[in-house]
Design a protein around this ligand. Structure first.
Ligand code: NAD
Length: 559
């Protein structure tokens, strides 16, 4: 891992502050009470801090004591964002050392609540806002970002925030949170991350009427006007930050698929809701097969929800099956979908392009229960954003014809999960292999404790991003995500499988991200998509690029 580098004087976000209080007000350099006596003398900080010099470990203990004393998760979110605004190094030290406590706060489920309340809990702007009123000026405005060394952008237009729908400019919590995960999970340097919200309006009437709404008070722009704005952003971002990785996040599905198709061969870009979800769920499925001892080709997977997540997962499954020797049409037949209009079958009206290949010859089924009864799936995957849709009769039916039914309730946040972990384990007498999108606590049934898997995209995208950044990859391919999924599944240990986990513990996320980055980098070099030459020791090089939250010694810098 890198030892902290002291930046040079000069322009940019990492330029050193002037003397004194500026050091305390710059989150990149601030050490707070940990500035040493020598630093306090050198930087003009005497008197601006209480006399006792704290170690970082003492600061971490203080932050965690405050964190635990808060009365709600939203309060914890506000505390952590405030810390990030004050002292980025300490923020990442705390997050990296307490990932299992922190991920549910800085990301799903709490980030969902934070987005719903974003204008109400707003303290200080974070990230970059471009509005459709900025059309024609996007390149110029983007130059206001204080550094050119941006390696990863996460961008949203706020139309489909988690399973919560259109939150407009309140969606900024998502790119901010995702980029925190890039740093916390894979060590991408925080100053190389740029969260962007494209405010194209909102169709959410509640927000439009909310006096504390922070975005444009207009309906969403659509059609050519929308596409031109996205194009202007993509061109400007690539020009200002050459080679930057651009992750699309939480776009409505009518735009998400289209934009991915349009830009995947023109930019270094991917859509996490489609490709990242596809990979994390595929890894969970491969791990589940370790437990059941069955083959992928023998599975019948029934999805509830045929949107970005469901289709993304099915596409990855198909790619995996084809790699195992199945014909594409045969591979597609392993995947079935129920959407808001019932079972997706051949001949059904107005099927979108992405559903067509999964529309098989079959009599219509109006609802999930009847589809489960007739298809007898081995795996049930929820990606509908509709809570409580895996009912007791459905889950019991799954347990009726499967010794170990696989039930993944992936909708986020927790309130949208198709069923809870407790329900899945109790209704199957502890036989279910369960994973969810948001975390659930372990459940004990008949004396045996089951640890639910969390199909958190954070297992995948930070490692993929690290591999892309370290190789200067020109494109992101589907194969990279399949490799990432296989790598993730390969890292699960026997004792974790024995607890019913289908993912490694989150505490192993750095090891996971590093291994995924190496696998992705191998693919980049194999496909000659690299713009950087291959180092002799690829794994060592990637490890050396990972940010480590430690305080540099600033006492000599102004001497
Ligand atoms: P989306 O809007 O693209 O798709 C939602 C799909 O659900 C659509 O096909 C819609 O027709 C269908 N649907 C809606 N109501 C339904 C109903 N009553 N019955 C059956 N189907 C219904 O959204 P998405 O990006 O696919 O996300 C869906 C959910 O998956 C969200 O809650 C999201 O948070 C979650 N998700 C989880 C993960 C993860 O676990 N890692 C990753 C991405 C998304």
């Amino acid at each position: 891992m890198t030892t902290p580098k002291i930046p040079k004087r000069g322009r940019g976000r990492r330029a050193l502050p002037a003397r004194g209080v500026d050091w305390l007000h710059n989150p990149v350099f601030n050490k707070g009470t940990a500035f040493t006596d020598a630093e306090r003398d050198a930087l003009g900080l005497r008197g601006l801090l209480p006399p006792h010099v704290q170690t970082m470990a003492e600061q971490v203990r203080r932050v965690m004591a405050n964190f635990r004393s808060k009365s709600s998760d939203l309060e914890r979110y506000i505390q952590m964002v405030a810390l990030q605004d004050r002292n980025e190094t300490l923020f990442y030290r705390v997050v990296m050392d307490h990932l299992e406590d922190m991920l549910p706060i800085i990301y799903t489920p709490t980030v969902g609540k934070a987005c719903q309340e974003y204008g109400h809990i707003f303290r200080r702007a974070r990230g970059f806002y471009l509005s459709s009123h900025d059309r024609g000026l996007v390149g110029k405005i983007l130059r206001n970002w204080p550094t050119r060394d941006v390696k990863v952008i996460v961008v949203t237009d706020g139309e489909r925030i988690l399973g919560l729908g259109d939150l407009g400019a309140f969606g900024m919590g998502i790119p901010v949170g995702k980029l925190s995960l890039y740093t916390a999970c894979a060590g991408i340097h925080p100053t190389q991350c740029l969260p962007v919200t494209l405010d194209v309006g909102t169709d959410n009437e509640t927000l439009l009427a909310d006096p504390l709404y922070i975005g444009l008070r207009q309906k969403r722009i659509r059609g050519d006007e929308y596409d031109a704005f996205i194009e202007e952003f993509m061109a400007a971002a690539q020009k200002l930050f050459p080679g930057v990785l651009i992750q699309f996040e939480d776009f409505g599905n009518r735009n998400a698929f289209r934009l991915l198709e349009h830009y995947r061969d023109r930019a270094c870009t991917f859509n996490d809701d489609i490709q990242g979800t596809g990979a994390v769920a595929l890894a969970g499925i491969l791990s589940a097969l370790h437990i059941t001892g069955k083959k992928l080709a023998d599975q019948r997977v029934l999805f509830l929800g045929a949107g970005e997540a469901g289709i993304g997962i099915a596409e990855n499954l198909v790619a995996c099956l084809v790699a195992e020797g199945l014909a594409p049409a045969e591979a597609c037949r392993r995947c079935w979908f129920v959407d808001s209009k019932g079972l997706v079958v051949k001949g059904r009206d107005a099927l979108t392009e992405h559903k067509v290949r999964f529309a098989h010859e079959h009599a219509p089924c109006a609802d999930l229960f009847s589809a489960v009864q007739t298809l007898k799936p081995t795996m049930l995957v929820g990606a509908s954003g509709q809570p409580k849709t895996f009912t007791e009769e459905i889950v019991r039916a799954m347990a009726g014809f499967n010794e170990r039914p696989v039930v993944f309730a992936l909708s986020n946040p927790t309130s949208k999960a198709e069923c809870t972990a407790e329900e899945a384990y109790h209704w199957t007498d502890g036989r279910a292999i369960f994973a969810s999108g948001s975390p659930f606590a372990p459940v004990t049934v008949a004396g045996k404790t089951h640890v639910p898997g969390q199909g958190n995209n954070a297992y995948i995208f930070p490692g993929v991003g690290l591999g892309v950044v370290c190789t200067g990859a020109r494109r992101v391919t589907d194969t990279m995500f399949i490799k990432a999924a296989r790598t993730l599944a390969s890292l699960i240990r026997e004792h974790e499988l024995a607890e019913g986990r289908v993912y490694p513990s989150l505490n192993r996320i750095h090891e996971v991200s590093h291994a995924i980055a190496v696998a992705v980098a191998e693919e980049v070099f194999a496909r000659q998509l690299n713009t950087r030459s291959r180092p002799d020791d690829l794994a060592g090089f990637i490890r050396s690029q990972m940010f480590k939250p430690e305080y540099p010694d600033y006492s000599k810098v102004l001497a």
